[in-house]
Design a protein around this ligand. Structure first.
Ligand SMILES: Nc1nc2c(ncn2[C@@H]2O[C@H](COP(=O)(O)OP(=O)(O)OP(=O)(O)O)[C@@H](O)[C@H]2O)c(=O)[nH]1
Length: 355
């Protein structure tokens, strides 16, 4: 079957409001980045949402600070709204209350903003928040996940990494692991040698993220906003280029060892088998030792003439059909990031799903 027929069933992404999630350890430079974006941005009307977890109360507060150019001139206004909401179910088939609240805000402030930046607290595990925006098309949400930016304090990065061993979940490394874009900030405070070390560490955890070195979080905004990282429109060849088949060096990590595994296969996959394997890996084989936190792939399936993309964050995953024909170039590239990943075993498991 030629899957071109299935593409119209996908929602029209152009009418949705993109959400970029901003994460990073305490003092890394997130607020500095937000201020920079709100000052420099001339393309988008951005709403900033600060996410704070009130420990123990099961209540979540969302503080919205939006900068909007209401009068079309220089009449920039800032306003704040507090939302209080109960923590919701992190399930892709039920809309999270956080998402509903943001949609209501969108409704209330219609025409006031067309882009959302959601800042998580410095000690937050970003996975549940990313999963909150992992929305099935059938839910007809106005929101669409656009990307995940992690800001790193280059000066304290190695120490933050070392401190991970005292944490149950190695939060600093997880923030690095699931990012699409990583800003290695405070570059002004470190030497060339220190810079190489921190970048090598970051790259060893996440092989695919775009890494930018910044001072005071200054960055060309076109590199971090409107990235379409989870869209059917993201070009399939971004993974097919320059991704070597390898497992990054395992880095001892106390309780956990986070690494990336990249694999290339030639041929076509049996979609049902592959889908089954992904469920196994993400739902049934997640243990405290081995956990996949991020997966991306470009692949060819036997019943389709176009490339498919696979995106997974935590336990949420989706296959996205693209318009790009693979012709006879049957390359398949997979990137998996997680703790204690065994490349040999994974390779065997994927190999068995080939036709
Ligand atoms: N030297 C230097 N200082 C920076 C840089 N970026 C930010 N800072 C300073 O670092 C401090 C922390 O920056 P913030 O932007 O508040 O960091 P944050 O990530 O929002 O911190 P939390 O709100 O605690 O999570 C501030 O005093 C900033 O002025 C940088 O590139 N170089």
């Amino acid at each position: 079957m030629d899957n071109d027929d299935s593409i119209p069933t996908l929602v029209d992404e152009t009418t949705k409001v993109p959400v970029t999630i901003l994460t990073g350890y305490l003092g890394a430079g997130k607020t500095t980045l937000l201020n920079y974006i709100l000052t420099e941005n001339h393309q988008r009307r951005i709403a900033v949402i600060l996410n704070e977890f009130a420990q123990g109360s099961a209540m979540e507060h969302l503080l919205l600070t939006a900068t909007t150019d209401e009068k079309g001139g220089d009449g920039r206004q800032r306003y704040e709204d507090w939302l209080e909401l109960r923590n919701g179910c992190l399930c892709c088939s039920v809309k999270d209350v956080g998402v509903q609240a943001i949609e209501q805000l969108l409704e209330k402030r219609r025409n006031h903003f067309d882009y959302i930046l959601l800042e998580t607290t410095g000690v937050a595990d970003p996975l549940p928040i990313v999963n909150m925006f992992w929305l099935d098309d059938e839910l007809h949400s106005d929101l669409i996940l656009d990307g995940l930016i992690t800001v790193i304090d280059a000066y304290n990065g190695l120490k933050n990494y070392a401190d991970d061993r005292h944490q149950e979940k190695a939060l600093w490394s997880r923030q690095v692991a699931i990012a699409d874009v990583i800003l290695v900030n405070k570059i002004d405070l470190i030497s060339q040698e220190e810079k190489s070390k921190i970048i090598e560490l970051v790259r060893s955890i996440n092989v695919t993220a775009q890494i930018y070195e910044t001072t005071r979080s200054h960055i060309d905004l076109s590199l971090i906003l409107d990235r379409n990282a989870y869209s059917k429109n993201s070009p399939p060849d971004y993974l097919l280029k320059n991704i070597p088949d390898q497992a990054t060096t395992l880095i001892p990590h106390g309780n956990q060892t986070l690494n990336s595994v990249t694999m290339e296969f030639n041929g076509q996959f049996d979609f049902d088998k592959l889908d089954h394997l992904i469920i196994e890996l993400l739902w049934n084989e997640q243990t405290s030792e081995q956990e996949i936190v991020r997966m991306k792939a470009v692949l060819c399936c036997s019943d389709e003439s176009t490339y498919k993309l696979l995106q997974a964050v935590g336990q949420m995953y989706e296959f996205i059909s693209t318009n790009e024909k693979h012709c006879d170039n049957l390359r398949n590239c997979f990137v998996l990031i997680g703790s204690n990943l065994n490349q040999e075993r994974l390779r065997e498991q994927f190999q068995k799903c080939l036709k």
